[in-house]
Design a protein around this ligand. Sequence first.
Ligand SMILES: *[C@@H]1O[C@H](CO)[C@@H](O)[C@H](O)[C@H]1NC(C)=O
Ligand SMILES: *[C@@H]1O[C@H](CO)[C@@H](O)[C@H](O)[C@H]1NC(C)=O
Ligand SMILES: *[C@@H]1O[C@H](CO)[C@@H](O)[C@H](O)[C@H]1NC(C)=O
Ligand SMILES: *[C@@H]1O[C@H](CO)[C@@H](O)[C@H](O)[C@H]1NC(C)=O
Ligand SMILES: *[C@@H]1O[C@H](CO)[C@@H](O)[C@H](O)[C@H]1NC(C)=O
Ligand SMILES: *[C@@H]1O[C@H](CO)[C@@H](O)[C@H](O)[C@H]1NC(C)=O
Ligand SMILES: *[C@@H]1O[C@H](CO)[C@@H](O)[C@H](O)[C@H]1NC(C)=O
Length: 663
Amino acid sequence: MERFLWILMWLLKQVSAEAPVCRMLQKDVFDCSGLSLRQVPDQLPFGLHRLDLSQNLLQNLTELDLSSGLTLQTLDLKQNQLSFLQPGLFQLIRHLEVLDLSRNVLSTFASLNTPLGLLPSLRTLDLSHNGLHSDMSDVFLSNAPVLSNLSMHGNSITKISRSMFNGTNALRSIDLHNNVIIEIEDGAFEELPKISDLDLSVNSISCITDFNLMQLRMLNLSRNSLSSFQTIDSEQPFHLETLDLRENRLLYFPVLPRRNQLAFLDLSRNLLRSLNCTGPREELESLRESGYLIPEFESTIEFPSSERQQALPSLLYLDLSFNQLKAIPESFFTTMAALKSLNISNNCLRSFRIEHLSSLKTLDLSFNSLQSLSVSEGALAALESLHLQGNGLRMLSSEFFLRLPSINSLHLEGNQLGICPPGESSAECIFLACIPTLKYLYMSQNGLMSVPEGAFKGSPLLILDLSLNPGISIAPGALFGLEASLTHLSLRGNEIQALSVDFSLFSKLKLLDLSENRLASVALWSSGSVLESLNLQSNRLETLAASTVLALQPSLQTLFLGSNPLSCCRNIQLLMLIQEKRIRVPDNASATCWISSDGQRLEVSMGASASVNNKQEYCNEGNGSVLWISLVVALVLGVALVTTVLMKLGHSRKHRFTRGIKA
Ligand SMILES: *[C@@H]1O[C@H](CO)[C@@H](O)[C@H](O)[C@H]1NC(C)=O
Ligand SMILES: *[C@@H]1O[C@H](CO)[C@@H](O)[C@H](O)[C@H]1NC(C)=O
Ligand SMILES: *[C@@H]1O[C@H](CO)[C@@H](O)[C@H](O)[C@H]1NC(C)=O
Ligand SMILES: *[C@@H]1O[C@H](CO)[C@@H](O)[C@H](O)[C@H]1NC(C)=O
Ligand SMILES: *[C@@H]1O[C@H](CO)[C@@H](O)[C@H](O)[C@H]1NC(C)=O
Ligand SMILES: *[C@@H]1O[C@H](CO)[C@@H](O)[C@H](O)[C@H]1NC(C)=O
Ligand SMILES: *[C@@H]1O[C@H](CO)[C@@H](O)[C@H](O)[C@H]1NC(C)=O
């Protein structure tokens, strides 16, 4: 009897656990998502405004299904298996404003070619990922008079026809990204007086020859096959603010509206070789030879009869990175008085001269082949961040950076620049002292020979990276003047043998990287320190002096110690800190110390050796090594035992235990 009852209860529990339960979220929001429903629940709560049926198994939707949901304003049907919608269905839900039909199989319904009917109040419709082809959208869009926001991304649309948006004249935003559009019929968007956002990215459009959508604010054509973008020749004002042409095959600068308010223009990852709107025919010839020009597109490239002046007075952001620009004419920027961010990285520029860019805050000229760079007085008055890394730049006027009154961060990695001693100008070096706005300075990989005394005095650096300049000689007063500001310093990979700096004076220094040098000692702290992370990996350290450990101990959280010939017995204090887990040693796998036994050195993991009490005893002359050895043998055996047991428990019996007992 008891057993029977128990089974009954168990069954009840199973049944109730599996029965789908929709949840009332607010008084008018019903959430039935992810319940494997095959049908809409029979009785929907009265007066519902919002119904979430997403992630179920619905296939058909009829008037009957929604007869108790006539008050709905938002209906979410995404990710079902809908292949049939009863025509006229949504006409009944008179106040429906938002309908999400994404990720269904509505191409089946669309192929029946029966219009869905009037969508009287619908403002937002999502039809993305439904396998829809070009003409199929008509079925849904024939009669949606107030629809303003339409998503149809991730379908198989190849053509935007003239009639596609004929029933949806109120559209403001259309998202067609990730289709296979190759053709846009003339006038396809002409009947849309309110259109402002058009996303055509990730399609196969090969050219735009007569862009004329004056009301448009955002046009995304990134990741198409555009070889040309041309606006009609008109004196009308265009409202375009954002034009994304990234990742296309543009050979020339686009022909933009004469009167425009463009703020954002992305031309990165194209084939721009010149910033002229059209180039001479010979250049076209050479492109054809080099295979950049696909014959089918060639006929579509038009040559405007006269060079049109491109004024971009509102432009804030211009990205020209990853093109093939060899030169930029000085006059190019004359009309861009508002420009804040300019990216010309990864081109082939050999020289660059800046005359007027007085609003510019960020300039990226990295990864070109710059040999010369010049700025006229006041041309970059607002510049905060300058990226010059990866240019192999050897020469720069020594006062160059003194001409940048707002400069905050300088990326100079991968060049061949030297640092001048303050007051001694020379063609071979740059001044980095007395730049009162400079906070971030990156000079890794410059083949720096020396850092003179006071090199950065008067430049309140927070971060200074001087890494990977092997053989650099750092003068005793090199960091003079940075005591109150510096928080991060890297001297990694510099082959430094000795350093004479008192880091106790650096009252904000939190991170110090001294790894990959040849330091045999780091007596760098005379009293306390606020350092939180110290990297001493790959040096020649045998000991960390007790005074150093004492100075670091209060604040240090992370210490990299691997690949140093540390002696266990001479670093007892350090070992104890590690044992007590008061310092994290992230590279503990390679952090070892040695003990000597019969004239031989035995490597012990710093983590493992930390498990002994009262170490001094073991490090006395004579019996110390014996005890250490027994300790190590015991540890190794312990580890071997545990490993063996674990492997037996696991299912990897086939593997032979080969690496366990070696010591
Ligand atoms: C859905 O509707 C179609 C057409 O009315 C019908 O052929 C099909 O059997 C229905 N499927 C389901 C699961 O009700
Ligand atoms: C348009 O609808 C999409 C979802 O379908 C939404 O992410 C987007 O914010 C809406 N845009 C506007 C302008 O309402
Ligand atoms: C758009 O619809 C109107 C009537 O609603 C019709 O007269 C016109 O021919 C249609 N245009 C296109 C391009 O289909
Ligand atoms: C344009 O579309 C691409 C791809 O869909 C997207 O990554 C990018 O952010 C869009 N650009 C803008 C300006 O929104
Ligand atoms: C760009 O145009 C200028 C003048 O219009 C001309 O001197 C220059 O040669 C052109 N550059 C290229 C690469 O076509
Ligand atoms: C410039 O463009 C490159 C490539 O797109 C990018 O990696 C870099 O972050 C950009 N520079 C700035 C300062 O944003
Ligand atoms: C090494 O450090 C990790 C995490 O910091 C810790 O889990 C591990 O036990 C340590 N290994 C030794 C041998 O101390």
